[in-house]
Design a protein around this ligand. Structure first.
Ligand code: FES
Ligand SMILES: [Fe+2]
Length: 365
């Protein structure tokens, strides 16, 4: 049905992009129940390496233990609630609260509670940081606040089965991370990523390089994959990719419900992770992480990075302009073309999660 050219479907209502109560519902019904990407396991390669982040407003710390296992905890002290680790990343042998000095082992168990040292009733073995689910697949680290959610692999089986063809994934090292504050609702960015109807108009460089007549978007279970081929010969130059190397692969643009995007560009081993996290109902934190096999880009890949950055800037301008229209009284919802079926799938998952009507209603049949 989602690909049926005999139906034209509406988008979700624009009120969902401008309403703080909707974001509160999304935090409870979407972000507290879905897998949220943290990064690559090599970001925390050594025992004691940690990363802190926020998921649905919850402070989280992800840390590699002495036993080499990666664990996630609420980044909250059990004594009196203080946020425990205050750095974004680093390496610690022990985690220490800055308030009364309680310390915790890397597996979350209490190490010392200085203000209880003379109290015989206090049993430190009962106390530890509160665990958050953390799973690793394809070298990618995710957390989920929902203890009952299906496993990471089960949730995105189609993605991980396809992604496993990139057998360099374990050798990737982060090259850079960039944070952007975007003036749009988080869903507007995802909508933009899930269709390429705008590519010929908005991304002339992209359209000149890639064969958009062969562009495909395939909806899968809780994820989708899209891509096409690089145009032959004359445009091969514009990306300056060495297509004759042994490690060449097709590019792929993956999306994982609800807010993770993973791109594998053509050329030697690389991935880019984009995560869109709501700051408020009209502001989004975009986290962009770029990884290369070996950690450093080749000159060709450096050109590719500049190309990808240009496309991103073009997209950011579009979604910020779209947010202005979401606020307008002119229209209450939009119309999806048959090739915007990736957006339709995303909107149906939003509808289902927020207990709105199950399927988009055809506006014309
Ligand atoms: S709040 Fe952390 S030690 Fe008191
Ligand atoms: Fe775009």
């Amino acid at each position: 049905m989602t690909n049926d050219k005999n139906f034209i479907f509406s988008t979700i209502p624009y009120s969902l992009y401008v309403d703080p109560d909707i974001l509160a519902a999304e935090n409870e019904l979407i972000f507290e129940r879905t897998w949220q990407i943290i990064g690559h396991e090599n970001d925390i390669k050594n025992p004691g390496d940690f990363i802190t982040c926020d998921v649905a407003g919850e402070p989280i710390v992800v840390v590699r233990g002495e036993d080499n296992l990666i664990r996630a905890f609420y980044n909250v002290c059990p004594h009196r609630a203080t946020r425990l680790e205050n750095n974004e990343a680093g390496n610690k042998k022990i985690l220490q609260c800055s308030y009364h000095g309680w310390t915790f082992h890397l597996d979350g168990k209490l190490h010392r509670a200085p203000n209880f040292k003379d109290n015989p009733c206090f049993c430190s073995s009962d106390i530890s940081l509160k665990t958050v689910r953390c799973e690793v697949e394809g070298s990618l680290v995710f957390v989920n606040l929902d203890p009952n959610a299906p496993s990471l692999y089960e949730t995105y089986k189609d993605f991980f089965d396809d992604f496993s063809q990139f057998n360099f994934h374990g050798e990737l090292r982060q090259f850079n991370e960039r944070i952007r504050e975007i003036k749009c609702n988080w869903k507007a960015f995802v909508d933009n990523y899930l269709e390429c109807d705008h590519c010929p108009i908005a991304h002339p460089g992209f359209a000149a390089t890639l064969d958009l007549s062969k562009y495909q978007i395939i909806n899968q279970s809780n994820c989708s994959v899209q891509g096409t081929q690089i145009k032959e010969k004359q445009n091969k130059q514009s990306l300056k990719l060495d297509l004759d190397t042994a490690e060449v692969q097709e590019g792929r643009f993956y999306w994982l419900w609800p807010n993770t995007m993973i791109t594998v560009y053509p050329g030697p081993g690389n991935i880019s992770i984009i995560k869109m996290s709501p700051i408020d109902h009209e502001t989004t934190k975009g986290t962009y992480q770029v990884y290369f096999k070996g950690g450093e880009p080749t000159p060709e890949q450096q050109t590719l990075l500049e190309f990808a950055e240009q496309v991103r800037i073009e997209d950011l301008e579009l979604v910020e302009r779209e947010q202005i229209g979401f606020r307008s009284k002119a229209f209450s919802q939009g119309i999806l073309s048959p090739s915007e079926h990736g957006v339709l799938y995303f909107h149906n998952l939003i509808r289902e999660s927020l207990n709105l009507e199950k399927e988009a209603l055809p506006v014309k049949s």
